[in-house]
Design a protein around this ligand. Structure first.
Ligand code: PEP
Ligand code: MG
Length: 526
């Protein structure tokens, strides 16, 4: 066995792991949009599968249940529905949205019927809508064995999220970015990750190591010599002050500490009483396909779960920040459209999410945040979608409420004009994107970290200017800068007193805050 050798790479998430290499094929370019013909076939197949599922459910049930199932099967066999959905597919709509749009129309008709019996049928149609939708959207990216080291050029956030990391493992990328979304996820879950290793050769299944502390891939690490795969410890090891995330600076000013979460189960290891709430929930990491984007019930369940956990604390759900470097599987939109621009270009996606959020809002302290806002009209237009959906829900008698709607401040043009965003209820600074757009370098670029570092004074100057423009509206920061204790003093000096950070960053930021005065100067004796 040759001696292990270390291949220089760049750390993207600290920690050390080893395990059998899982080598992925290079990512292929996004498939061309499905032809409308394949949309018809896909829908026909999904309906057939749903009918089979219902038939097997019907076997052996009581006569009452079997009557309901019979009715559902009859509806599914009715060619009118397929024809209506087919017309929407022909008009260019994605198959999942075509199905949902058709069935929603039918459900609305039933709900508004004068006859009790017809109104009672609506729930059966909701059920079959979701059954077919889950067949249509059941496709997942291939997972890889638990405990292995993922090796490839890049990794999709949805693949990261679908994987079970409880057995350890790590990530070694030939290219990649330390400020990309997978790196961000890896840091928040303490998964060792290196990037920029260059293309290297190893056999699939052979043990390799990832050293995320010093930035290296350890090749030819014999299995018997391998460091055991790192098992990640939940964040509960941090001191649990039951302070609801409210801290005092050394001179007594109040500072709030919230968390950023990417998937609903991340909150399970965080005692809610130690934080002010969720300052940023990146919904695009929980809603990872077009099918999910069309699935109001799935989204409602996710938001509701977070609100239940938060027990009255604020839960800030960011609407889908999809597009650009966060493509949504199945969506073939111009890559220049991202965040709120894409939501406004595809209002059917925004409407489904708005409905799920409106319905969830009655279960706690929900706040909706808009990604990549550039102009005041972006907020006005989304607010209009919430109003329309609220009117529709009210007409159908569905309980809901309109939550506060705020915005990410991550596009320089918005940061400079914050006083013009009258219809935004609150602001949260996204310094990751703010930095990339300030220095004209993409987060995915290998040398972005260097530019990002050099841009810190410009980012801070912009933040302090924008805080003044925000006037009395609540401001917070949820970009990575918030979780870096070496920047806490500068952020306090800029007038920011609410930090939302990855759960693993909470202890460091807590200690930094208590050692500083409200103006960012060091406390006496520090
Ligand atoms: C940011 O841009 O700082 C931010 C928090 O959003 P994301 O990292 O998800 O783009
Ligand atoms: Mg951003």
């Amino acid at each position: 066995m040759a001696a292990p050798f270390r291949l220089k790479a760049t750390s993207a998430s600290p920690g050390v792991a080893s395990g059998p290499a899982y080598i992925v094929e290079p990512l292929v370019a996004a498939a061309s949009p499905p032809s409308s013909l394949s949309g018809h076939v896909e829908l026909g197949d999904a309906i057939k599968t749903a009918i089979h599922e219902l038939q097997s459910l019907a076997t052996g049930t009581d006569p009452e249940s079997s009557d309901i199932i019979e009715f559902q099967i009859e509806v599914l066999q009715d060619p009118t529905l397929t024809e209506m959905a087919g017309a929407r597919i022909d008009a260019g709509e994605n198959v999942a949205f075509a199905w949902v749009g058709t069935l929603d129309g039918y459900i609305r008709e039933l709900e508004c019927s004068e006859e009790d019996q017809m109104r009672a049928r609506a729930v059966d149609i909701v059920d079959i809508k979701n059954r077919v939708l889950s067949v249509l959207t059941g496709t997942q990216l291939d997972d890889f064995p638990a405990g292995s080291i993922y090796v490839g050029r890049d990794m999709e956030p949805s693949r990261f999220l679908a994987h079970d990391w409880s057995a350890g493992g790590g990530i070694a990328l030939y290219a990649g970015s330390a400020v990309g979304h997978v790196a961000l996820l890896a840091r928040s879950r303490s998964i060792p990750m290196v990037i920029g290793a260059g293309q290297f050769t190893t056999e699939g299944g052979r043990h390799i190591g990832v050293d995320g502390d010093s930035g290296a891939v350890v090749l030819q690490a014999a299995k018997e010599n391998a460091t055991p795969a790192q098992v990640n410890h939940p964040v509960t090891s941090m001191p649990p002050p039951a302070d609801n995330g409210s801290l005092r600076t050394a001179d007594g000013s109040r500072v709030l500490l919230s968390v950023n979460v990417n998937a609903p189960d991340e909150v399970d290891s965080i005692p809610a009483a130690t934080i002010a709430g969720i300052g940023l929930m990146r919904s695009e990491f929980a809603v990872t396909s077009l099918g999910d984007a069309a699935n109001e019930e799935k989204q409602f369940a996710i938001y509701r779960r977070l609100l239940d956990w938060a027990d009255g604390r604020a839960v800030t759900i960011r609407m889908l920040d999809i597009g650009g470097d966060k493509p949504l599987a199945g969506l073939t939109e111009a890559s220049s459209l991202r965040g709120v621009r894409l939501l406004l270009a595809r209002p059917e996606i925004a409407s489904v999410q708005a409905r799920a959020l409106l319905r969830a809002a009655i279960f706690g302290n929900l706040r909706v945040m808009l990604p990549m806002v550039t102009f005041p009209s972006d907020v006005d237009n989304i607010r209009q979608i919430f109003r329309e959906e609220s009117t529709e829900l009210a007409r159908r008698g569905v309980p809901h409420s309109i939550p506060p709607i705020g915005m990410m401040v991550e596009v320089p043009a918005a940061a400079l004009m914050l006083d013009r965003f009258e219809s935004a209820d609150f602001f949260s600074f996204g310094t990751n994107d703010l930095a990339q757009y300030l220095v004209a370098s993409a987060r995915e670029d290998a040398d972005f970290a260097v530019y990002q570092d050099r841009a810190v004074p410009a980012v801070l100057r912009l933040l302090s200017h924008a805080v003044k423009l925000a006037r009395a509206k609540p401001v917070s920061i949820c970009g990575d800068m918030a979780g870096d204790p070496s920047r806490t003093a500068d952020l306090l000096a800029a007038g920011i007193y609410h930090f939302s950070v990855a759960p693993t960053r909470l202890p460091a930021i807590r200690s930094a805050i208590v050692g500083l005065n409200a103006d960012g100067t060091k406390a006496a004796g520090e």
